[in-house]
Design a protein around this ligand. Structure first.
Ligand code: GLN
Length: 304
């Protein structure tokens, strides 16, 4: 497959079009980013790498990190985690409060903010040093010690985090948090503040495309059945109330973040990271969605 030529051709086409949307402004620190940056990186199961543009520039992966914290909790605690967080698409925005009330504090899935907070709570209970353990998990996957939290983003989110604070307290009021909401939020914001380049992101998620993937310690990250379930959740819930649209137009499991990043997985073949900071009204990268739609069309690499 001529991945490089296809990536280049679609990249140039999209770059020549209007860059529509807005960078996320509710997190002040995210508006400091140049909204014309645009990068793509693909890595195949056989470790062939392809890409273009600003793929070596670090950006805030935000909600994409929710997949990784979920994997840690799933690996550690097994299927009991599904008692405290659901596996159904929400059909609502990532920070919706109304649904949480209807669901009595059991978030609909682990990728909406409330769900990721419950997962963060599980890790705060399970680890003595959750921040260090979580980072080690990621670094062991791609052997890259350069991946870290961004303290400015953490502070920026804390300062304006009124809605997230409300969500977290709301869940606590239903008894679905073991730890103090402040501790959980602190870890949650830190998880969201992880920075990676497109190259690091694609390599970090390769384990979801390759059943034989081993981390730097020679261990499987998840077993096959667990990886299948994470991919299934990404397919059905990875883009909030635009998950149906992503499935429909791109046809791969994926996850977006308000930093403008998207990771998508073609099981058994490749993982691909796209980054462009301007978001559509649903909070997903405008160019990222467009790129992936054209890419899976031209390469005929949708799972459907
Ligand atoms: N940190 C962001 C928040 O809590 C994550 C949202 C996202 O990336 N969709 O609002």
């Amino acid at each position: 497959m001529a991945y490089q030529a296809i990536i280049q051709q679609i990249y140039e086409k999209i770059k020549a079009e209007d860059n529509i949307g807005q960078a996320a402004s509710y997190i002040p620190q995210l508006t400091a980013v140049d909204t014309n940056l645009f990068g793509i990186h693909l890595v195949t199961k056989n470790h062939q790498e392809y890409g273009i543009g600003d793929r070596y520039v670090k950006f805030s992966i935000q909600s994409i990190a929710k997949c990784l914290s979920l994997c840690v909790a799933y690996k550690l605690l097994g299927s009991q985690i599904w008692k405290r967080v659901g596996v159904e698409p929400s059909g609502t925005a990532f920070n919706s409060l109304t649904q949480l009330e209807l669901d009595k504090g059991i978030p609909r899935n682990p990728f909406i903010n409330g769900g990721a907070m419950v997962v963060a709570d599980m890790l705060v209970s399970a680890f003595r040093h959750p921040e260090e353990e979580f980072l080690s998990f990621i670094r062991e996957i791609n052997g890259d010690n350069d991946i870290s939290y961004n303290e400015h983003i953490v502070q920026s989110e804390k300062e304006i985090g009124y809605r997230n604070i409300a969500i977290c307290n709301f869940i606590k009021s239903y008894g679905n948090l073991e730890n103090h909401p402040e501790r959980v939020l602190d870890f949650y914001f830190r998880i969201c503040s992880i920075e990676m380049t497109c190259q690091e992101l694609a390599n970090t998620f390769l384990f979801l495309a390759d059943d034989n993937f081993r981390n730097s310690k020679g261990e499987a990250v998840l077993n096959m059945s667990q990886a299948k379930r994470i991919n299934a959740l990404m397919q059905t819930c990875g883009f909030y109330d635009e998950s149906g649209e992503f499935s429909f137009t791109v046809g791969l499991p994926g996850k977006s973040g308000v930093g403008g990043g998207i990771i998508a997985i073609f099981p058994d073949k490749y993982s691909i990271a796209v980054w462009s900071p301007k978001l559509n009204e649903k909070g997903n990268s405008y160019r990222g969605m467009r790129f992936l739609e054209q890419f899976t069309t031209q390469t005929e690499s949708s799972i459907f």
